[in-house]
Design a protein. Structure first.
Length: 141
């Protein structure tokens, strides 16, 4: 390469995030549905029957029935590519896939949410066990 070629021009460094494969809209919807299931369970409203699961799946498929399907909302947003810009892509979850290589705020957020859910589930389980131990409320005892 001649000495004058490329001089004075900043060389662009390749963005390593661009090499990651983004999540598809279907995978993002699956993850969001799983998160919703955790929230329902944490609220004591976990899905118990096939009918409830079917009802959830039908409703989740639409942002507003019959106007806007959830998948139609996600397509133009390119949400998978947006997540990739933050390092969230297939095989690369910040702080989880490469031994804590994510910024501290991301690790704190992911860890805090995970621990919070675990604590919530633990306290709900204890409350459910205690409720089983209490005698059924009835008149005259």
């Amino acid at each position: 390469m001649p000495a004058d070629e490329g001089e004075g021009q900043p060389q662009e460094k390749p963005n390593p995030l661009q090499q990651l494969e983004p999540y598809s809209d279907e995978e993002i919807m699956g993850g969001a549905a799983l998160a919703a299931m955790f929230v329902l369970k944490a609220r004591g409203a976990g899905l118990k029957t096939e009918q409830e699961v079917s009802a959830f799946e039908r409703a989740f498929a639409w942002v507003e029935y019959p106007i806007l399907k959830t998948s139609r909302l996600l397509e133009p947003l390119k949400l998978g590519e947006a997540l990739r810009e933050f390092g969230i892509a297939k095989g690369n979850i910040p702080g989880l896939s490469k031994g804590g290589d994510a910024p501290a705020w991301v690790r704190l957020l992911v860890g805090g949410v995970g621990l919070g859910l675990a604590m919530w589930n633990g306290t709900r389980a204890v409350a459910a066990e205690r409720a089983k131990e209490k005698p059924k409320g009835g008149k005259g005892a």
